[in-house]
Design a protein around this ligand. Structure first.
Ligand code: LIP
Length: 281
């Protein structure tokens, strides 16, 4: 892998394969907590109208932090459940310990562990000035390990994957998310209503990381969500890019949130036209 970016004392080019192996091991270990607790009663830390936070979210992230920092003691961790070290450092792990928490809370086996290693882009500043270099999404329920390293092909359980070649909306299976606030539900709802009649099917699954991984493997053709968080998509976005897809994200005013279009690289123009408000006559 040609690592021309600035080396520093936290990570260097020869560490990238080691980081991928480490993230894979850690994700699998964290996934065993999800498996063990899927059917168990859950301790809820916070319940909002469109969101749930579990004690197990925090416990799983603490485990991930401990294991990552055992091998990479100088790399910070930025996660849905808090940060360890400087989240604005040259290198950072970006972690979602349970992506699909509401599904998981209700015993729906569609959730995963998402771990990405990111590096700051040369000359960039701000929370969004990074790119993922390693991405791992572990689905413990289907035993599917999704992995990618920038500059190489994406893999599912060690086999190379690629996006679909769907070119027409009428043939497309698209997934959407509504994020976590009343405002994001309001903003995402028109997208749902305008797409339903134009595509073959719309699916709403509840895990951004798996939506990205499934698009990377061609199970889905596109995924859109407004108000999605960095930790939900940092690993899955790299997996999609390394599978030949398009990971188009626009930072929003709320820190660490995006408007996201993830596609097979062939559909974004049609999708964006399809969701435009129709001209009143
Ligand atoms: C979830 C995302 C999903 C989104 C949910 C939630 P979490 O992440 O994966 O796409 O629609 O609102 O943000 O909270 O389960 O890690």
């Amino acid at each position: 892998m040609d690592c021309t970016w600035g080396l520093d004392d936290t990570v260097n080019a020869s560490d990238i394969p080691k980081a991928l192996r480490c993230a894979t091991r850690v994700a699998r270990r964290a996934g065993s907590l999800l498996l063990r607790h899927l059917a168990a009663p859950k301790r809820i830390d916070l319940k909002a109208h469109h969101d749930i936070k579990l004690e197990l979210d925090r416990r799983t992230q603490r485990l991930i932090e401990r294991l990552l920092r055992r091998e990479f003691p100088n790399v910070s961790v930025l996660g849905e459940e808090g940060n360890v070290g400087d989240p604005a450092a040259a290198w950072r792990w970006v972690v979602d310990p349970i992506d699909g928490t509401v599904n998981f809370t209700r015993g729906i086996p569609h959730a995963c562990v998402s771990i990405a290693l990111q590096r700051r882009l040369p000359g960039s500043s701000g929370w969004d000035g990074y790119e993922s270099v390693v991405g791992v999404v572990w689905d413990p329920f289907l035993e599917e390990m999704w992995t990618a390293r920038r500059g190489a092909r994406a893999h599912l359980n060690g086999r190379v994957i690629a996006v679909s070649d769907t070119r027409q909306l009428r043939d497309a299976v698209v997934t959407l998310g509504f994020a976590k606030s009343a405002a994001s539900v309001r903003r995402n709802l028109p997208v749902f209503s305008r797409l339903c009649s134009r595509v073959m099917k719309v699916r709403i699954m509840g895990s951004a990381a798996l939506a990205l991984a499934w698009t990377a493997a061609g199970r889905l053709d596109a995924y859109r969500e407004e108000g999605i968080c960095l930790w939900d998509i940092a690993a899955g976005g790299l997996i999609l890019e390394c599978a030949g897809g398009e990971f188009h994200r626009e930072p929003l005013s709320q820190r660490f949130t995006y408007r996201l279009w993830a596609t097979n690289g062939l559909l974004r123009g049609q999708l964006e036209r399809a969701i435009k408000p129709s001209r009143r006559r």
